[in-house]
Structures are given as C-alpha cells and as structure tokens.
Design a protein around this ligand. Structure first.
Ligand SMILES: [Zn+2]
Length: 152
C-alpha cells in the first residue's frame, strides 16, 4: 500500500486531467486511469498519466481494464517510477467519494484522486485525493500553487 500526505501535480498533469475530464464529460461518462510518478516519505510527485478506457457498463461508475496495471508497471519500471494513484471523474457530481468509491478506496493499494467540476466554472476542475484504507485526505499542490512563493 502506498501512503503520502502531499501530492504534487505539475501543470502538464493538470492539463492532461482537464482534457480527460472534458472529453468524457461531453458524453456524460467518467474518465479514469492511473497516475505514475515518484514518492518519498510524505510527498508524491506525479510525472505521467495513464488514461484508460472506462470499461464499466454504467455511466456513473468506472472500471479500469485488466491490463492497465501491467501496462503501468512496464512504463514505470523503465522510468524508475511507481503507480502513485488511481483517478476518476464525477462529471456531474461532487468532489467527494460516493459510497462505492469509499469501498474502493478502503480496499485499494493506491491513493485515489477524484475530479469534479468546480463550483466556479472558471476554475474548471476540483481535485480531491484520499489515502487508501484510511480515507485520510491528501493535500494536492499544483505547479502554480508551488510557484507562488518564489514569484517576486
Ligand atoms: Zn466516484
């Protein structure tokens, strides 16, 4: 099981998430995939998304194809990364886990990231993340947030 308290999502990852979210939201389905990257102690750094086809039959659910983890491990090994999370979207929903998500997170080996539309449409996406097992919230940093203290 992988634990961390902070997840750094650089700008290109946020852009990729936004793209996946928008593309699937148009047809009212959830996007899903894995987040690859590195982690150490409390902090994880997302390096690449592995967006996959949502194979669940129902619209308000998601399921990763079986080969996804094998594919992710293959890519990760080459780059010395790990699978650091699972993401999916709630195109018309709220940025918190559904009862089914809670069961999934409790039984997962990886943190979960949930994408939902922001209340303020201009802001685009709302992102929340949870540790597996305990459901402890993970603090998400995006590049702009991390950059702010260094801007002068
Ligand atoms: Zn969900």
């Amino acid at each position: 099981m992988i634990f961390y308290d902070f997840l750094w999502l650089p700008e290109h990852i946020v852009n990729d998430l936004r793209f996946c979210f928008q593309k699937t939201s148009l047809v009212g389905s959830e996007c899903c995939g894995l987040i690859l990257g590195s982690y150490q102690k409390y902090i994880a750094h997302a390096q690449q998304l592995l967006p996959v086809h949502n194979v669940h039959q129902q619209k308000n659910s998601f399921m990763l194809p079986l080969h996804t983890y094998r594919q992710a491990k293959y890519i990760s090994k080459k780059c010395n990364w790990d699978i650091i999370g699972i993401y999916h979207s709630h195109p018309n929903g709220k940025p918190y886990p559904s009862p089914m998500d809670v069961r999934g997170i409790e039984n997962s080996d990886y943190p979960w990231l949930i994408l939902a539309p922001a209340c303020n449409k201009q802001a685009g996406l709302e992102l929340v993340a949870f540790q597996p097992g305990t459901m402890k919230p993970i603090t998400i940093h995006t590049k702009s947030a991390l950059d702010t203290p260094f801007k002068n």
